[in-house]
Design a protein around this ligand. Structure first.
Ligand code: C2E
Ligand code: CA
Ligand code: CA
Length: 799
């Protein structure tokens, strides 16, 4: 009997299983059946001895519990047993008789009650460590009472049979096994459903973010929770190196980032989730001890292992991970892989969108965003400076050595600069050879030092294609202040300063308000200007030139006009310079010539024999093919070359080069007239003027404006008129704003006047209408005979 009971106890304990109910682990064993029999046939102390011995052996061998739990379980058993015996005795004696019924009922009630009670005690013990007191006990109670009733019922059935005949107990084996099997199957199915649910919930929560860091963060905390583990770590690799680690919980594992990527990768070479043996854990733990249960699971995408999930330290009653847990970890990592892949792809796209592919520096968008962040930051230390850098001879390198060399130069410059910057400084490549730096410095001296560093690094020789190239840079600096809501303002100011540094060859220039007036924000203008030229967004206006002796209109000056969709009317003084600097001036001049000459044709067709003046810039003079094109436009529209005048500023004539000289002679050769614009502002020598085929001098409007009030200006205007006449040139006064000035000029003997008091520059249509309504339209009587130009110019009444 003793041996049979011991064996039954051992079997019951060995086949005990756990299932979880509402996140609570429940252990279930069939030990009540032998217990019921023991109640009747064995005294309490030997019963306890048998039970303890059998259970301890079974538990230690099969379930390998930790010492603490083993002790706890043993103590619990002793307590249970004592109580059951007590209740049983009380009840059985209470019924007054030792008959079968009272013994069976006594055993049933005692075991049911005590089982429920002790399971609640266990729940309380667990709750002491893991919290959720009320919830745990309520759950336990809900489950325990029926579980133990069923168990006790079966046990009493066994007892009843044993009382009839010990051999009848064997009959009970079948239903007991059936019960055991059904409960276990229920546990497995329930577990599977919960696993599915867990994985589903896990994927949902982890997949909420697109940021790999956040995904990893929630993955570890979710995994630790789902597996009831002390600790979960996620390691992501980038080309074999640890790129990102996140962990949840505490453990004896060394910080994930301190373990080399290779070491981690070795652990997951097997390709699926598994428990690590203690030997495999060397070097992973802080104190060299090994973790009894440590699961590693690789996270793979199509190309290989991208990371791994580590889970360790199973908590709760079960005490260690089961095969089922390993499968769950495997499942989780598979789900995690797709979330991470999505996140990493997203990150890559983001990075590409924010970085310049060539140099790897942040691009304009990223830079602007960063500057905005700095501006919004609450940081009172020092001053923020924005530096705009431009390599001065980059275009030359590109043109002569090719784009490949140009690229190399940019990469090299970016590399050098980033090596010299302070960690908090940020450098970006905005476009082409334009870079920007945002840096916090204590004062202007420190900023200047940074700017000088830029110049220094740019001018250090670079070897490209075996050639040693030296480039220089221009730096524009703007200080950021409270007036700046975003990066746009400082970038514009730094750009203006940089532009000035470049044109004045200053190296470094700091933004001042005066610069703004002189230099446009050409950066953003450039693209728009190109588009405007290509799409016909530029227009020509015509400002009449009045012959002061005859009072007739003798011609018009073509002036370019640009109405920008956002900026509105952009002054030519602003964008013409941009066009000059970027080579767009060629198209601009061509547009002025072809439109202007076309309009002149229409004017001629209406019977007015007028001339047309078109402004040329220095760059146009360097274009030796310009005369050919001018001749082309003239012949295309059938306009007499003598009616076209090109205006060249005095200063642009000074930058004389053989090339511009030849353009001027060629233009003269085809019969085009030449006018010196803005005369008086440059330093052209008389002898030089004499050598040029010039027909006209235009007195700069700055002298004309004050001719009545400023004696000096009056002298200049008068002497210029005399000078021009002495050289046999026609003298034009521009910027004539009122009739008094007009009369004064007439008195001084000035030949031609141009200015607002005669007319503002007008669009072709309005200009023609203006011609038609002006004073004396001595129009050609016979429009079919346009060669007869006698007395055909409109006149303006005197006074
Ligand atoms: P500019 O060649 O000296 O042109 C005369 C400027 O004086 C024009 O300014 C004209 O609108 C303005 N003006 C005319 N009458 C008066 C007046 O009574 N009072 C005042 N205060 N101003 C008057 P705009 O059109 O703004 O052009 C400015 C400059 O831009 C021009 O100076 C010229 O250097 C340049 N520019 C304009 N159109 C072209 C062009 O098609 N090609 C080139 N290369 N440069 C051009
Ligand atoms: Ca002009
Ligand atoms: Ca002028």
């Amino acid at each position: 009997m003793i041996v049979a009971l011991a064996a039954a106890f051992a079997i019951a304990e060995a086949t005990a299983f756990h299932f979880e109910f509402k996140r609570q682990a429940i252990s279930f064993s069939m030990s009540e059946a032998p217990l019921a029999v023991a109640l009747v046939y064995v005294a309490p102390v030997p019963a306890l001895a048998i039970r303890l011995l059998a259970s301890v052996v079974a538990i230690a061998l099969v379930r390998r519990q930790r010492t603490l739990k083993l002790t706890f379980n043993a103590a619990l058993m002793a307590f249970e047993l004592a109580l059951i015996y007590l209740f049983f005795r009380l009840l059985a004696d209470g019924f007054g008789s030792e008959d079968t019924a009272s013994l069976v009922v006594g055993a049933f009630v005692a075991m049911g009650l005590v089982g429920t009670l002790s399971s609640i005690l266990v729940a309380m013990a667990v709750a002491c460590f893991e919290g959720e007191f009320v919830h745990r006990i309520a759950t336990e109670l809900r489950l325990a009472w029926w579980l133990f009733s069923v168990n006790a019922a079966f046990a009493s059935m066994v007892l009843a049979l044993a009382l009839v005949s010990p051999w009848l107990v064997l009959v009970a084996v079948v239903p007991i096994c059936a019960l055991w099997y059904v409960l276990k199957a229920f546990g497995v199915i329930d577990q599977r459903l919960r696993d599915l649910d867990d994985v589903h919930g896990f994927t949902g929560r982890v997949g909420r973010s697109l940021d790999p860091g956040e995904i990893a963060e929630s993955a570890v905390s979710e995994a630790a929770k789902l597996l009831r583990a002390d600790h979960a770590v996620l390691v992501l690799f980038d080309e074999g190196e640890v790129a990102l680690t996140r962990s949840a919980g505490t453990s004896k594992l060394a910080p994930a980032e301190s373990i080399p990527g290779e070491r981690w990768l070795n652990l997951v070479s097997a390709g699926s989730a598994r428990l690590l043996t203690p030997a495999e854990q060397t070097g992973l733990t802080v104190d060299g001890s090994s973790q009894p249960d440590l699961i590693v699971s690789p996270i793979s995408d199509g190309t290989g292992v991208i990371g791994m999930l580590v889970v360790s330290g199973r908590t709760g009653i079960a005490g260690r991970f089961t095969d089922n847990d390993i499968a769950r970890v495997q499942n989780l990592t598979e789900q995690l892989a797709s979330s991470l892949r999505r996140g990493m792809l997203h990150q890559q796209i983001e990075t590409e969108a924010r970085h310049d592919g060539l140099t790897g520096l942040p691009n304009r968008t990223a830079f602007e965003r960063y500057v905005l962040e700095l501006l919004e930051e609450d940081n009172d230390t020092g001053v923020l400076f924005l530096l705009m850098l431009d390599l001065d001879r980059f275009k030359e390198v590109n043109d002569t050595l090719g784009h490949h060399a140009g690229d190399e130069l940019l990469v090299e410059f970016a590399r050098r600069m980033t090596a010299r910057l302070e960690p908090a400084d940020k450098m970006a490549r905005l476009a082409g050879d334009e870079f920007a730096i945002i840096a916090r410095r204590n004062n202007h001296e420190e900023m200047q030092a940074l700017a000088n560093l830029c110049l220094q690094e740019a001018s250090r020789p670079v070897t490209l294609d075996g050639l040693e190239i030296v480039v220089t840079a221009s730096v524009g600096v703007a200080e950021l202040g409270e007036q700046d809501p975003d990066a746009a303002g400082p970038m514009r100011r730094a750009d203006i300063a940089m532009y000035n540094a470049k044109t004045q060859r200053l190296g470094v220039e700091t933004y001042r308000d005066e610069l703004d007036r002189r230099t446009p924000a050409r950066l953003s203008m450039l693209g728009d200007l190109r588009a405007a030229i290509e799409s016909g967004g530029l227009h020509v206006h015509y400002q009449p030139k009045l012959d002061l002796t005859t009072g007739t209109v003798i011609g018009a000056e073509a002036l370019v006009r640009w109405t920008h969709s956002v900026r509105g009317e952009v002054p030519p003084a602003d964008f013409v310079r941009v066009a000059e600097d970027t080579g767009l001036i060629k198209q601009l001049t061509d547009l002025m010539l072809s439109n202007g000459i076309g309009t002149l044709r229409q004017i001629h067709d209406r019977g007015y024999r007028l001339g047309l003046s078109v402004n040329l810039s220095t760059h146009d003079l360097l274009d030796t093919r310009l005369p050919d094109r001018v001749a082309g436009y003239l012949s295309m529209h059938g306009v007499d070359p003598a009616l076209l005048t090109v205006e060249i500023t005095e200063s642009s004539l000074l930058s004389d080069a053989p090339r511009s000289r030849s353009t001027i002679t060629d233009l003269n050769d085809i019969g085009v007239q030449m006018s010196i614009d803005d005369f008086g502002t440059g330093y052209s020598s008389l002898s030089y003027l004499r050598r040029l085929p010039v027909a006209e001098l235009k007195i700069d409007q700055s002298f004309v404006a004050n001719v009545l009030i400023d004696e000096q200006d009056e002298v200049i205007v008068r002497s210029t008129i005399d000078l021009g006449h002495n050289l046999g040139l026609q003298v034009v006064a521009e910027g004539v704003e009122n009739n008094e000035v007009l009369e004064q000029l007439r008195d001084f003997g000035c030949d031609v006047a141009q200015g607002y008091c005669i007319s503002r520059p007008l669009a072709a249509r309005h200009f023609i209408a203006w011609l038609n309504t002006t004073g004396h339209p001595s129009r050609l009587q016979d429009p079919l005979n346009p060669t007869d130009w006698s007395d055909t110019a409109p006149t303006i009444p005197r006074g």
